[in-house]
Structures are given as structure tokens and as C-alpha cells.
Design a protein around this ligand. Structure first.
Ligand SMILES: [Zn+2]
Length: 262
């Protein structure tokens, strides 16, 4: 004998206590539907027309939809068993908590990897030489100017930079590139002059400095050298380096903006 009413998908939520085994194979849509069906039994007047239409086709709902648009009010018209199942489904439907930063970093790592590959492939000089492309990554801070210890949303900049650098390193190596890092650990102190020296000694095709500055607005910034300057008695960079930096920065900017919009 079926206890289901016409059009009822989950009659068991009315007749017995659900367990983890019941909902183990349910995807987010099914969980959402189960929750809505219980609210529908309580006579909840759905604000979303598409959801309301689904249940208005069912006589057991049509007759009850007088409760109004308060879920608490609808819940008062449900049995304790149904309320317990509702609570259980709500908990089950909560997304598993993943540190959002991890996902973000993975996306950035992938993006940088893809962009650098594209940028270097398009450079006829590196194609001709046939040498393995080399990228020097500089995870920002601590340096003589700043320890990178500022905390935003519970994250220290120096930590962000380091985690992005590690992911980026993986992605680039997977793409067959050589990677040189300016630091060997997150907390390692390197002066800005030494960072530049490491990049120069590595004979890298690209020197990429990672920073994650705090700010009130959204978005991202890419800096590249576009004029000569003199620091510590050294003058540079050359016109060649300025031009190729501008070209790489433009490619980065376009690809990064497109990825963030997705
Ligand atoms: Zn910084």
C-alpha cells in the first residue's frame, strides 16, 4: 500500500524519521525539493512562482495554500516528525565547508599557468632557442620594507602569496616549465635587491612577483616596469624588457579579467 498522495515525491518524510543513509545519494536539487515538499505540506505560499506552480498542480497543496509566506508559520502546521525531517534536510543541504581561499588559489594558479604558457609560446625568440621556459616566482614578503603580516579576513598576506606561489609552481611544472622560487619557506626573509638578483641569476623568461594587498574595492592590479629608474646605483630595465613586460602584462590582464568574470 502506498502512503503517497498524488504527486508526492518523498512521502517517507511524512511517515518516518530520515537518516543519513536516506539522503546519502541525494543531490542538491533533490534535497531542495524534499525541503520544499515539506513546506508545501504545511501550506507555505512560495514566493518563487516556478516553485509555487509545481505544487499548485497537486490537490493536497492547492487546498492548503492559505498559510501565507512565513516558513515558521508553515512549520507550525506540520507534525513533530515532519519538522524533525525538515531540520535534518536543511542540515544535509548545507554545503560542505571548504576554505574558499583554497578554491580561489587553485583558480589563480591555473590561470597564471595557462597565461604564462600562452605568453611564452607566442614569443618567437623562446620558440627558436628551444630552451626550457623558466619562470621565477617571487612570493611577496617578508622583506626590509614590510613583513606581510597584515591580516584581512583572517588571512595574512605573506601566507596568501606563499600558497599561491606553491600552486602556481605545480601548475607551471606540470606544463613542462622550469620554476625558480626566490624563497624556500613562507617566513624566509629576503631583501628586494636579493629577490631581483635571484631572478637575474636564474636567467628566467619571466619574473613574477606575487602580492595580495588589502583594499576596500574589488578587482586586481598588474604592475609592470614601463620606464627606466635607478635604485642602489643600478639603472634599468632596458627598452626590450619594458616592451616584453608590457606585452605579458596585457595578456595577463585580459585572461585574468575573463577568468574572474566566469
Ligand atoms: Zn605585498
Amino acid at each position: 500500500m502506498s502512503l503517497a498522495r498524488p504527486g508526492e515525491m518523498f512521502s517517507e518524510t511524512r511517515t518516518r524519521r530520515l537518516t543519513a543513509a536516506d539522503v546519502g545519494g541525494w543531490d542538491a536539487d533533490k534535497l531542495r525539493y524534499g525541503i520544499n515538499e515539506i513546506y508545501a505540506r504545511g501550506g507555505y505560499d512560495f514566493a518563487t512562482p516556478e516553485i509555487k506552480d509545481i505544487f499548485m498542480r497537486l490537490p493536497w497543496y492547492r487546498d492548503r495554500v492559505v498559510i501565507g509566506r512565513s516558513q515558521d508559520e508553515a512549520a507550525r502546521h506540520l507534525s513533530p516528525l515532519e519538522n524533525a525531517n525538515l531540520e535534518f534536510l536543511h542540515v544535509s543541504a548545507k554545503p560542505v565547508y571548504v576554505r574558499p581561499i583554497k578554491l580561489h588559489l587553485a583558480a589563480i594558479g591555473f590561470l597564471f599557468g595557462a597565461t604564462i604558457a600562452q605568453s611564452l609560446d607566442a614569443d618567437p625568440a623562446s620558440e627558436k632557442s628551444g630552451k626550457q621556459c623558466c619562470v621565477c616566482i617571487d612570493p611577496g614578503h617578508p622583506s626590509e620594507n614590510n613583513d606581510g603580516g597584515a591580516v584581512t579576513n583572517g588571512l595574512r598576506e605573506v601566507t596568501m602569496n606563499w600558497e599561491v606561489a606553491l600552486l602556481l609552481c605545480d601548475e607551471l611544472e606540470k606544463d613542462g616549465m622550469k620554476v625558480v622560487m626566490t624563497k624556500k619557506s613562507e617566513g624566509e626573509f629576503i631583501t628586494n635587491k636579493d629577490r631581483a638578483a635571484i631572478a637575474n641569476e636564474s636567467d628566467a623568461d619571466l619574473f613574477l612577483r606575487l602580492h595580495a594587498d588589502a583594499g576596500k574595492s574589488t578587482g586586481f592590479t598588474i604592475y609592470y616596469p614601463r620606464k627606466e629608474g635607478t635604485v642602489h646605483g643600478v639603472t634599468g630595465p632596458s627598452k626590450d624588457v619594458q616592451q616584453s613586460s608590457a606585452a605579458a602584462a596585457n595578456r595577463f590582464h585580459t585572461a585574468f579579467a575573463a577568468a574572474l568574470e566566469q
